[in-house]
Write a protein that binds this ligand. Sequence first.
Ligand code: TYD
Length: 214
Amino acid sequence: MKRGLFITFEGGEGVGKSTQIRLLRDRLVTLGHDVVVTREPGGSDGGEAVRHVLLSGAAEPFGVAMEVMLFAAARNDHVEEVIRPGLERGAMVLCDRFMDSSRVYQGATGGLEPAFVANIERIAIDHVQPDCTLILDLDAATGLSRAQTRAGGAADRFEKEDVAVHEARRQAYLMIAATEPERCVVIDAAGGADQVAAAIWRAVEPLLGEVRHG
Ligand code: TYD
């Protein structure tokens, strides 16, 4: 049996990750699980310190290689300070974005070589691989308009890119899911929150039997 369970949520802008993380957390807590909810970039003191530099666009003039290394630095701190300790004590760790966001945003649509991104990923995660990655899939135009409504019109560094880039990211996520079907589950995010939550539960419930707590 494994200790804890590491579940990552991925997808483009406005696909409903935070709502779904909240719903899954509530369900797991009701069942008596120890649940850690966290996010990237951020999730630890070091990660949060780097988050603002990335999302404000302050690192953008220095290029995408700089950005991917900052995401990785934040990720490594987050892994060592929050995710690995959580898993070691048997918690369910639910993380809003993780390594696949770097593969998609900095790799597929940022133009970095996959081998370069993979090398940095290996150092950042140091064997802490998600047990399950839920890829919330939604057409890019719908996701973007949802994200813009939520932000009240103020788009961050990555949201401001156009719909073609967002659609390319969606395709890159689907490609990751096709390449790693044992880790990834594609969830249709077009339905209502309850419908999406039910699909997520169908993916997660079978994994609970494999987990040892404490
Ligand atoms: P956030 O406000 O957390 O947005 P979201 O609700 O979309 O998750 O912003 C995170 C942004 O950072 C998002 O646009 C994706 C981007 N990002 C990367 O480009 N690479 C990464 O490795 C990560 C973790 C996030």
